[in-house]
Ligand binder design. Structure first.
Ligand SMILES: [Zn+2]
Length: 137
């Protein structure tokens, strides 16, 4: 997966994928590495992954996006490659304050992808276009 994440974050996710494939779980030191790099969103993101809250939406043209079911029941759309999430925390903590690299939804999408645990959902090209367009609204 192409990524616009900082290199250390991308490397860490690659390592998570490799170790998970090898061991069937993610070792503690890597979980600590995630918490170190991604900060406060790490634990809630891992909860979302555990709860299989991440869907990967695919369209016939090959575009994809993620939808993450938040604990409140709200569904957030994440564009992993352009590092965008529709949640308020993304706007306040990531874009405005630069406190953290990712919100918990984007991190959950990246980790679910690394672990192969996304639920795949096929959507039409027009649905995908709408999902991608609302970020400009
Ligand atoms: Zn988010």
């Amino acid at each position: 997966m192409e990524s616009t994440l900082p290199q250390i974050a991308a490397q860490l996710l690659t390592e998570v994928r490799r170790r998970f494939q090898e061991l069937g779980h993610v070792p503690d030191e890597l979980l600590q590495g995630l918490a170190f790099v991604f900060g406060a969103p790490t634990i809630p993101a891992l909860d979302l992954v555990d709860n299989r809250s991440v869907s990967r939406l695919l369209s016939p043209s090959g575009r994809y996006a993620y939808q993450v079911l938040g604990r409140s029941g709200a569904v957030y759309t994440c564009l992993a490659n352009s590092l965008y999430c529709s949640c308020p925390a993304f706007f306040y903590s990531v874009v405005r304050k630069s406190d953290v690299l990712l919100c918990k939804h984007l991190l959950a999408a990246h980790v679910s992808e690394a672990l192969g645990q996304c639920t795949e959902v096929l959507v039409s090209d027009s649905t995908m276009a709408e999902l991608m367009a609302f970020r400009e609204n």
